[in-house]
Design a protein around this ligand. Sequence first.
Ligand SMILES: [Zn+2]
Length: 248
Amino acid sequence: MDKLKSGIEQAVQLISNSRCAIALTGAGLSVASGIPDFRSPGGLWSKHDPEKVASIRALKADPATVWNFLIDAAAMIQSVEPNAGHEALAQLEKSGGIHGVITQNIDGLHQRAGSMNVIEFHGNCSKFYCMECFSPFPAQRITPQVDLPVRCPQCDGVVRPDLVFYGEQIPQEAYKAAFELADQSDLVIVAGTSGDVVPASLIPPRIQDAGGKIIEINMAPSAYTSLSDVCIRGRAEEVLPAIVQNLS
Ligand SMILES: [Zn+2]
């Protein structure tokens, strides 16, 4: 039996035997949708300095520059579609195979694929609010024609996306929800994330310390590899659908 096939069979076994499985996803999952990992060569951070375009300091000091970047990034994200990996996780949730997804991605592709219980550690790039009065700002009013920086019609404050900028903390609500879900879980499927960003990287070891298991699906070895009960080297958009198919 080849390695990939046996990895998939072991993963299917662990999911079937689990009481409450969850998925933890990162940039690698959305690469097949056409969003290059921000930190990889060719990714956004190879062309733009995140300190200048995606930090809270820059948003306060030079909101027009940040907004120029946000308009381009939002257009790129809106132009892509969920891939077979997102769809397989949505299907797994519907069939009761997993209870939710904790993601470090801001692209909203899990929800667009049909996942219901999605905890977004770093926020979402399609929700906006005013930095001064916190009024929500409708996403459909953010177009390439809008004056930059986008300003609040109520108070003229700068509008911002509901995502975590460099220099900001993970929102308390997401943090709490993620760790509560993790504490109910006895299995985590790690897909497309290398485990070098806290606090997401703390979740798999926490589940394992409580007696749970880890399935890793990544292209390359990661911080999770030495911990994983099942480690599958491959593309999440190929491996996850194969797992779903073998479960049914
Ligand atoms: Zn306002």
